[in-house]
Design a protein around this ligand. Structure first.
Ligand code: SF4
Length: 307
């Protein structure tokens, strides 16, 4: 089924919902770890984008979810339950079909740390999923990264940092959380994570037209992520327009030029296809969009939108 699907998944109380996204061809965020060898088998590259909170308190300026504010933390069962519900719907056999999980949906996982890691334990120990096929993305919550660095590698997912700016001045504008934990503090904490062989830290970088997509900024980004002993890659995401958010999309030329400049600096850089754009399910766009999603309940059918 070659379509991106967005779901609203009801919380235990049924009064609030979070969004979960199934991307049958992956989000191209995992290149470099071997999953691209399975490109002919779409299910083998499928990715599920999982939420960790209802809304979010972090207030990234380009993000629709931020508009909700934080409503509540999800429980471990609610976080893991999103995955189980989507695996069930697609009849995925864990162990035979390779599925990636990205904790990049609604919310900041490291501000709901205990429930997030308890969900990971459930998914690894009870559902049999591999932590090496899971990636958690944080906006740079330093105490959370420091705790994460102490997790045993048997259950620790891979780490992605939502960087999104070339320096502290721009990042503090785009992501106010940077005023509390600036880039150097984040990078120092990241350096404390003991990576597995061939594992890399991912830096997510949303390109905002005229704000973070300028050619000279690519060199700054390269300087930030190039650290001795820290294998890294950069995932570029062309910003997805959202109602009421005053940023501009970058041009296709600016996106490609940015990627080329990073590569020229020796940084592995990939462009993530925003497969969910047309259902507002791409990065930073998860917010209740009831009209275009459906509640996972027995008998209900999710809307499907070609991506
Ligand atoms: S991008 Fe992520 S951390 Fe930032 S406000 Fe949106 S959901 Fe929260």
């Amino acid at each position: 089924m070659d379509v991106t699907e967005g779901y609203l998944v009801a919380g235990v109380a049924g009064a609030d919902t979070v969004e979960t996204v199934w991307m049958p061809e992956g989000d191209e965020g995992e290149h470099g770890d071997g999953s691209e060898q399975d490109e002919s088998k779409s299910r083998n590259r499928a990715t599920i984008c999982v939420s960790s909170q209802v809304g979010c308190a972090v207030n990234c300026q380009f993000c629709l979810t931020a508009r909700l504010g934080l409503q509540r933390n999800l429980t471990a069962g609610e976080i893991a339950g999103q995955v189980i519900a989507v695996l069930d719907r697609h009849a995925v056999e864990v162990g035979r079909n390779r599925v990636n999980l990205v904790f990049m949906g609604m919310g900041e996982p490291f501000l709901n740390y205990d429930n997030f890691m308890a969900a990971v334990r459930l998914l690894v120990e009870e559902a049999g999923l591999s932590p090496q096929r899971m990636t958690v993305s944080t906006s740079g919550i330093v105490p959370g990264i420091e705790r994460f660095a102490k997790e045993p590698k048997e259950i620790r997912p891979k780490l992605a940092i939502s960087l999104n700016a070339p320096n502290d001045a721009v990042r503090s504008e785009v992501m106010p959380v940077n005023r509390k934990w600036p880039i150097k503090a984040v990078m120092d904490a990241v350096s404390g994570v003991k990576l597995r062989p061939r594992e890399r830290v991912t830096f997510e970088y949303v390109l905002l037209g005229g704000v973070t997509d300028r050619p000279e900024q690519a060199r700054e980004v390269a300087r930030l992520v190039r650290r001795p002993g820290l294998p890294a890659k950069v995932n570029l995401i062309a910003w997805n327009p959202g109602p009421g958010i005053e940023y501009a999309m970058p041009s296709a030329e600016a996106v490609e030029s940015f990627r080329q400049r990073l590569m020229g600096e020796g940084i592995a850089a990939y462009l993530r296809k925003p497969r969910g754009r047309d259902i507002y399910a791409a990065c930073g766009q998860l917010k209740r969009t009831v009209e275009s999603s459906a509640l996972i309940e027995s008998g209900s059918t999710p809307d499907q939108h070609r991506s």
